[in-house]
Design a protein around this ligand. Sequence first.
Ligand SMILES: Nc1ncnc2c1ncn2[C@@H]1O[C@H](COP(=O)(O)OP(=O)(O)O)[C@@H](O)[C@H]1O
Ligand SMILES: [Mg+2]
Length: 1062
Amino acid sequence: MMELRIQLIPTGEIIMPPGKNGENYCHSCTKAVGSDGVRITMESALTARDRVGVQDFVLLENFTSEAAFIENLRKRFKENLIYTYIGSVLVSVNPYKDLEIYTKNHMERYRGVNFYEVSPHIYAVADNSYRSMRTERRDQCILISGESGAGKTEASKKILQYYAITCPASDQVQTVKDRLLQSNPVLEAFGNAKTLRNDNSSRFGKYMDIQFDFKGAPVGGHILNYLLEKSRVVHQNHGERNFHIFYQLIEGGEEDLLRRLGLEKNPQQYQYLVKGNCPKVSSINDRSDWKVVRKALTVIGFNDDEELLNIIASVLHLGNIQFGGEDSGIAYITTDTQIKYLSRLLGVDGLVLKEALTHKKIIAKGEELISPLNLEQAASARDALSKAVYGRTFTWLVNKINDSLAFKDESYKNPSVIGLLDIYGFEVFQHNRFSTFCTCLTVVLSSEMAIKDAVMFHAVSQWEPVQYFNNKIICDLVEEKFKGIISILDEECLRPGDASDITFLEKLEDTVGGHAHLTTHKLADGKTRKVMGREEFRLLHYAGEVNYNVNGFLDKNNDLLFRNLKEVMCMSENTILTQCFDRVELKDNKRPETAATQFKNSLAKLMEILMSKEPSYVRCIKPNDAKQAGRFDEVLIRHQVKYLGLMENLRVRRAGFAYRRRYEIFLQRYKSLCPETWPTWEGKQVDGVSTLVKHLGYKPEEYKLGRSKIFIRFPKTLFATEDALETRKHSLATKLQSGWKGYTQKTKYRNSPTLCPSPAVMIQSWWKGILARRRAQRKRQAVDSIRRFIKGFIYRHKERCPENEYFLDYVRYSFLIKLRKNLPKTVLDKSWPTPPAALVEASELLRKMNMQNMVWRYCKKINPEWKHQLEQKMVASEIFKDKKDNYPQSVPKLFVGTRLNGEEINPKVLQSLGNEKMKYAVPVTKYDRKGYKARNRQLLLTSNSAFIVEEGKLKQRIDYASLKGISVSSLSDGVFVLHVPTEDNKQKGDVVLQSDHIIETLTKVAICADKIHSININQGSITFTVGHGKEGTIDFTSGSELLVAKAKNGHLSVTAPRLNSR
Ligand SMILES: Nc1ncnc2c1ncn2[C@@H]1O[C@H](COP(=O)(O)OP(=O)(O)O)[C@@H](O)[C@H]1O
Ligand SMILES: [Mg+2]
């Protein structure tokens, strides 16, 4: 059966109903639907939006605060969320570790999805540009900027990979894709090097065009390179390396090859490789990289790289040429070894080369003048040659790659283009040199573009005016004809006489000294002067001040190669060199352009290319200088936020609008939300959009309608609309699904061989219909519940409102259900589930009620004997708990009715009790008042009196009414004293007794005599009356076992056993 699979994907274009012939319309689904089926759920879109910080700085409450900005970056960085937007600008923080976010699944997730629907990613930028190129037919470019090591090159590689994997492809296209990808390792080998900041730093600027055909398949590419850092060929700072290719060749080259090139397998042998003093780096494997590069060379069509390698080897040999002649002032070459190799590898005459390296030829007024060079001049001529050879070979290589990437189909004239600009790593040091001066220009211009871009849209949307720093003033200062810094520099380079870096600085002071954005040591005020060197000038960029040291400006700008060296190269038999050094150049007597002018021109060309395209921006940030994962160096980051102009960017964005959409795209996406525009709007697009937003309740200050786009000011407006669409899509999807199912069933029915179905089939189909409708209804309800639930969850901390009603009720309900299952079963079980906020009070009431209920049920079950027992235990607890050491041991032992039954008591005694009923009897030990002799006695309790009994005699009767009190120690002994009034002649004084069941005995006495509060528990000792006003003392101590004896001081000494629990 044919089935329409409805994918719940916010693609911008939703699914169309089936066509007349039952075709499966799923407009743009092939593009939008990933292999993993339903890719975006409402929930993930919502949580991503809510989770860590804000994913778009535009949503930052305090958008002017740099601290808030950086805090948001930090929060996200800590959670490995390295990407954040400022509107459509992507800010990326280098994680310095592999995050699992570049898989094929991730690519699928971003395909065909709008920016704000998924969390920020470089793929979103790539996809957005791709889609704009396809739908709006406008060329795109992606500008990637940031300091060296911030991740620009990685970002551009990720974009390239995204296109290579997600774009449609045929066999021929596959070759182009491979070449696009493989051009990278080759360019990196020749143009990248290890620097202090980045082990694989691109030392050239690169702009790459990717060309796409009408099907959206990549069919070609073109690379523009500029400003290769040629000085690196001859010199490297400490801790840095020359270009990778040299080390790769030496480490990885096969023996035969190295022998042919005359090279040794040891980089230390080469002057051009030892300056930075770090030929080996742990993160770089030159040997395996060599293999990768050679393979890549074959993929992009270099089947024979012999001549290329000859040139690389020659540069190393050139570096090893030594000059003598210090004394005479005329340089000569000390050994011929290098010249021999050079002559062979470059295919030049050795003698001519030797001559050219030590002499210079100048043409003045048509005459050739040859003069010898001194030592210093010769060394610099040699280095100039090395730089020129390497630099031009690099450009040749780029051209060669371009040939291999070129789109060959003549019939297809205008491919669409996406450009990738990886702007050369720009770092601001405390003292900056010529190269920084050049690269900083690029950055100034590109941020200028970004801000212009934002301001332009801002102008269209006509909200309040925004102040921003106009970079033009700096651009003019640098570039202007005759008066700009570059012009002044060129003039100093060209003029006859003794021009030097210092005269250039002076000229600068004379010409533009008064400019508000330039100052020098001489012109600066006292405070600034302190932080500036004498050879420095300072530019005030919009982001701050940068000092440039003029030392070397003239030399680097001149970049001169003596004519005779050029001539030698023109005669080379190496075919690459013949292409690099054109004889036409020799005929042209004009001075070559200076480095700054060349750079300015290529930059102007680049700007022209960029301006004709729709730009997207990626701003890369380096979190620390140590290339360490997880470290967020705030000072360093603040510095970059400043120099990348991010706060400026945000301010401009916020002053304007957050989002803009073309009318047709907006209408297409949201038309289902308004009855007038759904399913189709017949009138003008702008009217459709207007009707739609009015229906959605947009307020006038929330949006503006431009010429071709709607501008939406606040992201929240758009989010609300998105949410509405999400809800709507679910109901639409269900409707379409049921429509489609009905349709297919009907078709099947019509096409069935038996045109007139039997009643059974009819009943069957009717019944199936009922079942399907029921099922659909259940699904609808389920979707509704889930949606309500998620919404409720998000609003759960708000006051009760329609959005969270369902959720809050659910939470209560589930708490109560859980409670019912887990109610404590005994009074001793104190567990109780934690209630939700709304039920705290109720939960407490319920807990009390449950406790009362358990107690009530327990009490109901108690029989009279047990009740009596418990009452006595209660009394015992009241008297002894926490006061007498052996009380805890008595708790589990039941109190008995009596310890002596009828037979154990002498019948005479019972007789003399007469009518008094005996309530309790217990054997006790009595101690004499004098002498403290121990005697066995019985203690009997009746309702009125206690009796001390010896054998058949009632020895002593103590009426409860006359019992003054009872004393007992706090220790574990069983000794107690019954205090009686001394004035009573019948009594001979207080009675000292000892019982083995002291707690039980005294509890009984206390109850019978109603003397609960007359029991004194004493520490240390008890004093008692002996009779006739005399007193005795009992001392209590703890010991290993019970001992009662008369002590030397005449006191009764009681040693009570220590209990384990104490
Ligand atoms: N997205 C990323 N994920 C993981 N590591 C990265 C990422 N971006 C950059 N890096 C690391 O940082 C290093 C420097 O990045 P690179 O793109 O060469 O910097 P840049 O081109 O800005 O100088 C890379 O070699 C890589 O180790
Ligand atoms: Mg780079």
